[in-house]
Design a protein. Structure first.
Length: 279
């Protein structure tokens, strides 16, 4: 059921739902534009941890202004329930795009998408949000499902729902999407920083180039954790013989097990991508 947000927003259809809430498409009758309204399920409203995360996500979006990050249009609290009103991107997720292509994305297109994604993540890494006490914002859930490709081929990052400040003290829960998590993200006693996102960016590039996952989909959770901590990624040419091995060099560097061996910033990763584009 579409939440009662007053007369300004008119329900169009449900776009999707996840573990904590639902996203609806609505018409903003004041502007005439379509918007995406993200709302918590009613039973999560009394969960302080989920509610605080949702409000923190709103604060982050309010402070992030980048062409490749979906923008927040409004934040509404109605009858105690918070709602994020975001720009609506007509298109598909990168996950859907990969399936639609039904095979690997070309190196040229993959690198173009990566430049936009890395640019957005880099901007957030360097954004100080005093209100939340963040000296830079980590995404921590970079994956194809959180990258939107519009009909005009614009790239947008979504879902800062589990983000945190750079080197911020962690909670007692491991959060993220396991296949894209860096080794340090699996260990609650280890600090996270920009390089944690850089690891996920490497996995993202690997998936675009191969249209496959870097570890076996059939692994148990324990086996996957062991793979992430100790095993190298499946080589791109093993999954797709036509893969550009120059891209493999970038993937290898981004996904080193030890953060000290990875690109140390998104600036370094962007430089490597641009150098490859110019060859």
């Amino acid at each position: 059921m579409f939440p009662d947000l007053g007369s300004q927003y008119e329900f169009v259809k449900e776009l999707g739902r996840g573990g904590t809430g639902v996203v609806n498409l609505a018409l903003d009758k004041h502007s005439g534009f379509l918007v995406a309204v993200k709302s918590l399920f009613d039973f999560h409203i009394k969960d302080k941890e989920v509610l605080n995360k949702f409000k923190a996500e709103a604060n982050i979006y309010l402070m992030l202004d980048h062409p490749n990050i979906v923008s927040l249009k409004d934040f509404i609290i109605k009858n105690g329930n918070p709602h994020l009103v975001q720009e609506y991107i007509e298109g598909q997720t990168l996950d859907e795009y990969i399936r639609k292509v039904t095979g690997p994305i070309s190196s040229k297109r993959s690198l173009a998408i990566m430049k936009d994604v890395v640019s957005a993540i880099n901007y957030a890494h360097n954004k100080r949000i005093a209100l939340a006490g963040y000296d830079g914002v980590l995404h921590l859930d970079i994956k194809p499902g959180n990258v939107l490709i519009s009909k005009s081929s614009n790239v947008k990052i979504i879902d800062y729902g589990i983000s945190q400040g750079n080197n911020q003290e962690r909670g007692n829960k491991i959060m993220g999407s396991p296949m894209y998590m860096a080794p340090e993200q699996l260990d609650i006693i280890r600090d996270l920083d920009n390089r944690t996102d850089i690891y996920a960016l490497g996995i993202l590039l690997h998936q675009m180039i191969t249209a496959s996952m870097p570890y076996s989909k059939n692994s148990t959770q324990e086996e996957l954790i062991d793979d992430i901590n100790y095993s190298p990624l499946i080589r791109t040419q093993e999954l797709y013989p036509g893969a550009d091995q120059r891209v493999q060099i970038i993937i290898d560097k981004a996904t080193e097990k030890d953060p000290d061996d990875r690109y140390q910033s998104c600036d370094e990763l962007l430089e490597a991508i641009e150098e490859l584009e110019n060859i």
